[in-house]
Structure formats: structure tokens, C-alpha cells
Design a protein around this ligand. Sequence first.
Ligand code: GUN
Length: 293
Amino acid sequence: MTARVLNGKEIALEVRAAVKAGVADFVKAHGRAPGLDVIIVGEDAASVVYTRNKEKAALEVGMRGALHRLPEQTGQAELLLMIDRLNRDPSVDGILVQLPLPKHIDGEKVILAIDPSKDVDGFHPVNAGQLAIGRADRALVPCTPRACMKLLALSGVSLSGARAVVVGRSNIVGKPVAQLLLAEHATVTIAHSRTRDLPAVCREADVLIAAVGKPEMVRVDWVKAGAVVIDVGINRVPDPANPGKTRLVGDVAYAEAAERAGAITPVPGGVGPLTIACLLENTLLSAKRRSAT
Ligand code: GUN
């Protein structure tokens, strides 16, 4: 069997087009564009690219987008002041602080400082809590987990009663995607680095989500025949075909896993492009909810 490839780029274009239309309607109704403010502290090369892409994507759908680039040595108090200012600014609908933050800044304090109604990352405990009690309808739900769910919908897999295994227990992906799968009535296992016989646990999965950040860790013998495999990993590794160069790989050994899976996401071009599209959706949703109150 060769797996169906779940193309995230294509759906991302559809989602962005729908958001663009929604933004135009919002502007007509409210006389202003939804606003997304992205903050980055420091110069981590990958984070700089990600944040630029987020700002650019906001502008492309007609939102107001701003990227606040703060130097590495920015103090926590200064960052909290900026968040406070954005919380109180009515033109700001979404606030995103790019992670990881420099070591001298307490990330939990920073996330707690963001107004939950503007927390388009969905990381604030109020949003995580709403999701955990089954009220995703009241929450802002993290973007990468939402992207995973859109790809599962595309695959056509029936989640009710299905066995889902999530490898990785981060607050950004593993835990929230497990909650979303549970809300769709899947039987969910969250596996991690201490899980005994991880390959055997993964082989049980009708839906396997890999979100650990370990290049090509999931091998073909971890995959049940016909399973849907969603690869959240983005890992830069040396490219044996081009000495001195690097290439991107996921957490799944794609070529071999695709021989056994029923459907699989590629890296790049799977979950990644959809994540930013979901961020735009969250920003529009936040603008609509906030203007309705
Ligand atoms: N770093 C890696 N992924 C994310 C994300 O989804 N949001 C933020 N803010 N930082 C990240």
C-alpha cells in the first residue's frame, strides 16, 4: 500500500481565502481591520523567520499586522509592559509571543499576562482549561493542534471510537491535540519519552500523531497498516545528498511509513503551512467575539 498524501499547502490556501473574505466582511461591519501583534525577543534564526511569516500572512488577508522585535537582553518587566499596552489597545485582537523566550524571562508569567480573549496561541490557562472541560467553543484553541484536526478531517478517518496515539506531551501540541481528539470521541493515549515499548503502543494507533522533535523517530514498524499518520515535527538535519547543506525532516521516517500508512502528511508541506492559516482564523475569531461584547 502507498499512503495518500495529505497536502497541507492546498487546504492552507483554502483557509486563507476564507479568512480573507471574513476579514473583508469584518472591515465592512466594524470600520477597522482585525489586528495581530507578534512579539519576538532575541534573534533565534528559525523564530525570526516564523514571526516574519506570521506578520506577512496577516497582512496578506487584509489584517493589520505588526511584528515587535525586541533585543535578546530585554527584561521581563519591559516585555510585560508591552503586553499590558497591547491588552488595553482596542485595535489589537491577537497577541502572540514567540517561544522559546530567552532564559532570563519566565515564559509562564508572560503567557499569564496576555488577555485570554486575545491569546491567539491558545496557551493561557483559561483557554487551556476551557478546552480541557470540553468548551473549545469558548476558547481560543492552539493553532498546530487545530491544523492536525483539519488534516484528519481531510483524510476522512472516522474518529469516533478510533484509537489515537499522540507521541509528545507538550502544552503547545501534545496535550491540546489529545483534548481535541477526545472531544471527537477517539480513545486517546498520550505517549512520551518514558513510555514503555513505544513502537508497540504506536502500532495500536488508527491515528498516529508525532510531535516530539526527534528526526525520523517513527519507523515503518511503528505504523499499523492503513493508519493515518500526522507528522508535526520540523527538524533540520544534514543532507547526505548535499554535503554541507541541510534538509527538513519530520518526526516520522516518511518514505518507509508511507508504504504502510493509509494517509500521511509530508514535511515540509503538511502541518506547517496550515498552522499559520489557523492563527489567522483565531485572530479573526477573536476580533468577531471581542466586537460582539
Ligand atoms: N514556537 C513554536 N511553536 C510556536 C507556536 O505555535 N506559538 C508560539 N508563540 N511560539 C511557538
